[in-house]
Write a protein that binds this ligand. Structure first.
Ligand code: SAH
Length: 912
């Protein structure tokens, strides 16, 4: 009979769950609270057959049924059902969010113990003299030291202390440098395997302390290493085939636990790998070790980052910069004027690729923020499949190469482009390779004289990958300008159709390379983007909980990562709805993080609330930073404002009040407004309006270079036109705070707070004969909602700027005009500067604005990026959060600028 294996007391440790930097102090509360499902910019929650909002992030598809620039006659039953489902789903989601919020903070304690085996020859014990008390106190300042005389005086306190000590922190009588466990000797600083809880792999840790407990037990304190599967990445992610983690890689955490020394199993050889090693150097270095580590892991901030010097990382004392006093505990608050920003010409420069760019809000904000910390960031390329969004981006960023195509085609194009650049050796050669071999040419008669109906290629003017001629044939295509024809006769031709014009291809590739029309691997400094994930939509009843990646609608997150992997930028910033941290146990959020880490990037996850950065809307979004190991991982900026979900944001001590009133355009427009360019009718009457009306140059936007700013004009101040019936209905909504459809005649609130028709009041009818009170408003969310035909009020904030400006199920009516908020008003609520003009049919403009990353949020992230970027080589800075300088949004300064310049032409000062 075989004797049972020596039983060991098992250890536990706090298990990391998905957690995120909470830039918003209220985020925890909010996640636990009820959340609005129909938030703009969130991937929609609809079944595949649904229309409307689900198309918002699908670009071109959305355009098809958006040709009417008016609010549809009546919302159909499906639309209202969907809205209703959203409301119900919100309740469910609140529960999920509450869970997610608590998960974030939890870490299981690793309590490791083991019983002595029968074969044990000697007791495990410490060796050598105890470390002198003063040295021990200096080395382990956080340790509680057992105060013997005090405890003896008060036996009750002593007992209490003892019982506390068994739970979390242990008190120490004295410390040692070495111990013998099962005959083997261990020293401080040794890396060891530790017996884990039943069913778990042995833990891995570094011995940081040896000490005798109150009752003379022998403890060691262990700082844990995490295997990939122990982190937020979880074992499930390790099975995803498109990226692999190195099994020998572990991550050093800040987490520590005290355990009895008998739970130590054996030594393990773990090597530190620095950030700048080649693959070969790395392989050599780790060839003799069991495991290696190159990054730390923070449970609290879901962060994988470089190792600070004291843990084996590179020494970096000389890199400590000004920025280090900009931290959370800064003794002095810096203002924006204190920032040591170098003159434009001396600024470090960086290139940005904006993927899924929409109209470009995210990159605009990043490029506005980065120079404030000394980095001149330029959006060199942008990609979006929606042509109107591309039009908007092109107009506002004329020097950006804007590509109107699908991201998946863009990636294939990049690969082809790299191949062509290599083929033509664009760096330095005049060598002219042939496109195909001679036999083929002869077979195809390529050397025959031109027949009469053969056109001659003058030059190539564009390139794409895909199916531009819609002939169901994907491939590489060139746009050809034909000799003696103008651009209206340009056509897309396949590569193999251009065999006779190798010089044209060469010329195109060479000039394209010179002008950087497309990025090559290693040439992009920063990639930002919000890959849409409609497959996680709460209303998508077919969403795949078990395998979210199998859902075609979530594919873009993969494409995004593939592009990152191909181009290997220094920095990555991905934005998404917070559902990616919640749906299917946060699978997609974990996946994105996992992918970055597997690719060797440092990564940090955070949630930001737009209202926390000075906007009158809540809008919560998830952001994921990635940074090459040779760079410093950016921090998340702490809030400058306290935001509440609905109602009123509370400004903190250095902010202005951010309510809707500051953002409303004081120029009356009717329900029907065709003009999308107008003159301002009054001077800006608040600091904030001065700021939002600044011209590009004063705003610090370099998109137009040195061009003189045009005179100020008011763009896109147009509401989505209400149809006649709705317009009449809106006229019956009183102009007062809290007004909505419940104020209509004949509606009353019944017993269970649901609306009902008042039987004593006859139903009123509109001039069209339709009822004033439509049934859908009465039955929406079982009559409990206050949103249908809701008016916003001056002192309120909105929960999220939406992409669809219909009043049937949303509060989107202007406080004292009978219309919905205009595109411009929505754009202001998103923090767009007034000069930012939008293009496309009006519904498309609302979509672009509603989809956008709030500009002030992106601006704050840009500032953070600029800080990190310039620290260049890793300096050991590891903080996840930082404080923005005072007056980061220089509203008061803007007023001064405008007063100095006087109001610009085009602004007619007029009484409203
Ligand atoms: N970050 C943007 C908003 C992006 S919204 C901003 O701050 O303004 C998401 C965008 O993704 C939409 O504009 C949509 O047209 C685009 N999109 C969706 N699927 C795409 C795909 N496969 N390829 C390229 N763009 C896509």
């Amino acid at each position: 009979m075989s004797s049972p294996a020596p039983e060991r007391r098992r250890s536990t440790r706090r298990r990391p769950e998905l957690s995120y930097a909470e830039a918003d102090p209220d985020a925890e509360l909010e996640r636990g609270g009820k959340r609005r499902r129909s938030a703009a910019g969130t991937p929609n929650r609809k079944s595949g057959a649904d229309k409307g909002e689900s198309k918002r992030r699908r670009g071109l598809a959305a355009i098809e049924d958006d040709d009417d620039d008016m609010c549809a006659s009546e919302p159909d039953a499906e639309e209202m059902r969907r809205e209703e489902e959203e409301e119900e789903a919100a309740a469910l989601e609140a529960e999920e969010q509450a869970n997610a919020a608590t998960l974030g903070a939890r870490r299981k304690r690793r309590v490791a113990t083991r019983l002595m085996s029968k074969q044990k020859k000697e007791e495990d014990h410490f060796v050598g003299d105890p470390i002198p008390d003063d040295e021990a106190r200096r080395r382990w300042p956080e340790r509680k030291f057992h105060l013997l005389p005090f405890c003896l005086q008060d036996p009750q306190l002593s007992t209490k202390k003892r019982s506390d000590a068994t739970e979390e922190e242990k008190s120490a009588r004295c410390h040692y440098r070495s111990a013998i466990v099962e005959g083997a000797s261990f020293n401080l600083g040794d890396d060891v395997y530790v017996q884990a809880a039943l069913g778990e792999d042995d833990y891995i840790g570094r011995i940081t302390e040896f000490f005798k407990g109150v009752e003379h037990e022998s403890y060691f304190c262990c700082r844990w290493f995490y295997r990939v599967a122990d982190t937020v990445i979880t074992p499930k992610l390790l099975k995803v085939p498109d990226h692999e983690h190195d099994h020998e890689r572990v991550f050093l955490s800040e987490e520590k636990d005290d355990n009895l020394i008998e739970s130590i199993i054996s030594k393990v050889n773990i090597t530190y790998v620095g950030p700048n090693l080649t693959q070969q150097e790395k392989a050599e270095l780790i060839s003799n070790s069991d495991l290696y580590y190159d990054m730390t892991y923070s449970v609290a901030y879901s962060t994988f980052a470089n190792v600070p010097p004291e843990n084996g990382g590179p020494t970096g004392s000389e890199t400590t910069s000004d920025i280090s006093c900009d931290n959370v505990d800064s003794p002095r608050e810096k203002t924006i004027a204190d920032l040591p920003v170098p003159p434009d010409a001396q600024m470090e420069t960086a290139t940005l690729l904006d993927l899924y760019s929409g109209c470009g809000a995210m990159s605009t904000g990043l490029c506005l923020g980065a120079p404030l910390s000394g980095l001149k960031l330029t959006t060199k390329w942008a990609v979006d499949m929606n042509e109107y969004a591309c039009d908007s981006l092109k107009h506002n960023h004329p020097r950006t190469h804007v590509r109107n195509e699908k991201a998946e085609n863009f990636l294939k194009l990049l690969q082809e482009w790299d191949r062509l650049c290599k083929l033509y050796d664009v760096h330095n050669s005049t060598f002219l390779p042939r496109i195909s071999n001679d036999d083929e040419d002869d077979e195809n008669g390529a050397n025959e004289p031109l027949s009469e109906d053969t056109f001659e290629v003058e030059k190539l003017v564009d390139i794409c990958y895909g199916d531009p001629n819609k002939i169901e044939r994907d491939g590489l295509w060139f746009k050809v300008r034909w000799k003696a024809y103008d651009s209206s006769h340009d056509t897309w031709e396949p590569l193999d159709g251009l065999r006779d014009s190798p010089q044209c291809i060469k010329d195109f590739v060479e000039s394209g390379y010179r002008e950087s029309i497309l990025p090559l691997p290693g040439h992009v400094d920063v990639i930002c983007g919000g890959p849409p994930c409609q497959g996680i939509s709460g209303l998508n009843r077919h969403r795949k909980h078990k395998d979210p990646l199998a859902d075609e609608k979530n594919k873009q997150i993969l494409v995004f990562m593939d592009i990152v992997n191909y181009l290997r930028p220094k920095y990555v910033l991905m934005e998404n709805v917070v559902d990616i941290l919640q749906f299917a146990d946060g699978f997609l959020g974990r996946y994105a993080l996992s992918h970055l880490v597997a690719m060797g990037y440092q990564a940090r996850l955070g949630i930001m609330v737009a209202g926390c950065y000075g906007l009158p809307q809540f809008r919560m979004r998830a952001f994921l930073w990635g940074a090459l190991p040779s760079m410093v991982l950016p921090m998340f900026p702490l809030p400058t404002h306290v935001a509440t979900k609905r109602g009123q944001n509370v400004p903190n001590k250095f902010s202005v009040r951010e309510y809707i009133i500051s953002y409303i355009v004081f120029l009356q427009v009717g329900n029907h407004q065709t003009k999308d360019v107008m003159a301002y009718k009054s001077r800006p009457n608040t600091d904030l309006q001065c700021y939002i009306r600044l011209n590009r140059k004063d705003m610090g936007d370099d998109s137009l270079g040195d061009a003189t700013p045009k005179e100020a004009q008011l763009f896109d101040h147009q509401p989505l036109e209400l149809n006649k019936d709705d317009y009449e209905r809106v006229q019956h909504i009183p102009q007062k705070k809290g007004a909505n459809f419940r104020n209509w005649k004949g509606v009353r609130v019944g017993k269970n707070k649901s609306v009902e028709f008042d039987p004593n009041i006859p139903r009123e009818f509109l001039s069209s004969g339709k009822p004033l009170v439509p049934n859908y408003a009465m039955t929406f969310v079982k009559g409990k909602s206050l949103r249908p035909f809701g008016r916003l009020w001056w002192d309120e904030t909105v929960s999220t700027v939406v992409t669809i400006a219909k009043p049937h199920s949303k509060a989107i009516l202007h406080p004292n005009q009978n219309r919905v908020l205009t595109v411009r008003e929505n754009a202001r609520l998103q923090g767009f500067p007034d000069y930012y003009r939008l293009f496309g049919p009006i519904k498309q403009k609302y979509i672009q604005v509603g989809n956008a990353v709030a500009v002030p949020v992106a601006r704050a992230l840009g500032y953070s990026l600029g800080q990190a970027y310039q620290q260049g080589e890793f300096s050991g800075e590891q903080r996840p959060l930082f404080k923005l300088p005072r007056n980061f949004v220089p509203v008061a300064q803007a007023t001064a600028t405008r007063l100095h310049q006087g109001s610009s032409a085009g602004e007619v000062v007029e009484e409203e």
